[in-house]
Design a protein around this ligand. Structure first.
Ligand SMILES: O=C(O)CCC(=O)C(=O)O
Length: 350
């Protein structure tokens, strides 16, 4: 009969809705594309401007880091340097590397996530040249960007940890920044969730880009039942791969082996509006100051846009004139690789 249930359907119907949904959805794989099949313009068009994550394979093959970077290399070459491990903790690199090698699931060691290379370990910069085009920082390198946000290296920083450690919190990056993480040594697992999943991820009340969920792969569904409605994406990043994490996408990362990678941010036309909104919503400034600031950023955005179009249209002339690339480099060909020189930033970001 049409409405008659079989016994298993009846049993399923007896379970409460909470029990019925108390399972995470199986994660979808983040798409993987080979760098040689993904010209920079296609990367912008298909992923950056559509706000879709992707893993790019073989993006940084020419980096000396791919051959050199091992835990031993860091201990031997930089062992005496003090590194900013987290917001609060600083350690000698030698002790940090030992703690990474000893890290286990049962006794997790530290995870390095505040070591900005230009400020803290400029000796590593040469290992990251020539620039991996997919980590190009874009408008963060524009001469029109006020000093506080000027980061032509895209906030280039080192990430390192052992089994059991992890990036401390599932989050999305502030100021609508796009992020890219390039794996150099070992394997690291990522969980990503699209922006619209925000309410299902239990944002913290005081820091709304941080989730309260500690383990997105295996969340406590009694405490966080809405997680069962979220759509997880998963990737295991291998050496030589770069993951693109679009603006507002939530992400969590944990090493599956000892893992060394670098992280960068990008600002360009797709996230410019969000960036301007965020930097101009500064609660401390008065109304007049805020309006002035917004006016400046909006005018700068129009000029950057025009200069980028000009570079794309007549690249030869734009390079000869130099000014368009200074106002806003339209792509990695139009600026100086930030790993070839040490840049000095006024604002300490550690
Ligand atoms: O540890 C990682 O790979 C994630 C890095 C990250 O999300 C960040 O620095 O904002």
């Amino acid at each position: 009969m049409e409405h008659q249930m079989d016994s298993s359907a009846a049993a399923r119907a007896e379970t409460s809705p909470a029990q019925d949904t108390a399972r995470m959805r199986a994660p979808r794989d983040v798409e993987v594309v080979r760098a040689r099949d993904l010209p920079y313009e296609a990367y912008l068009r298909e992923y950056v401007r559509r706000n879709r994550p992707v893993v790019i394979d073989g993006a940084a093959e020419k980096w000396p880091a791919m051959q050199r970077w091992t835990p031993e290399y860091f201990r031997e070459r930089f062992g005496d340097e003090t590194v900013q491990v987290s917001y609060k903790e600083r350690m000698l690199m030698r002790d940090f590397v030992d703690a990474v090698l000893e890290s286990t699931r049962e006794r997790p060691g530290p995870y390095l996530f505040r070591a900005f290379l230009h400020e803290h370990i400029p000796g590593l910069l040469a290992d990251l040249s020539p620039e991996n085009p997919y980590i190009f920082a874009g408008r963060f390198g524009s001469a029109l960007i006020p000093e506080r946000w000027w980061r032509p290296d895209g906030y280039l920083k080192l990430l390192m940890g052992g089994v059991g450690s992890k990036f401390p919190v599932m989050h999305y990056d502030l100021e609508h920044a796009h992020a890219q993480i390039t794996e150099i040594y070992g394997d690291k697992e990522f969980y990503l969730f699209p922006p619209e999943d925000g309410p299902n991820l239990y944002p913290r009340s005081l820091q709304s880009n941080w989730s309260q969920v500690e383990d997105p792969a295996n969340p406590d569904l009694q405490r966080f039942p809405r997680m069962a409605q979220a759509t997880p994406y998963r990737a295991v990043l291998k050496p030589g791969q770069t993951i693109f994490v679009p603006m507002l996408w939530w992400h969590a990362a944990r090493p599956l082996t000892v893992s060394i990678s670098v992280c960068t941010n990008t600002l360009e036309r797709s996230n410019w509006r969000g960036f301007v909104h965020d930097v101009c919503t500064d609660g401390d400034a008065g109304v007049a100051k805020r309006l002035l600031k917004r006016g400046y950023f909006e005018a700068a955005g129009v000029l950057m846009h025009a200069m980028e179009d000009f570079q794309n249209l007549v690249p030869g002339l734009a390079k000869a004139l130099r000014l368009p690339g200074l106002i806003s480099p339209a792509g990695p060909d139009f600026h100086q690789d930030p790993s070839t020189r040490q840049l000095r930033f006024r604002i300490p970001v550690a």
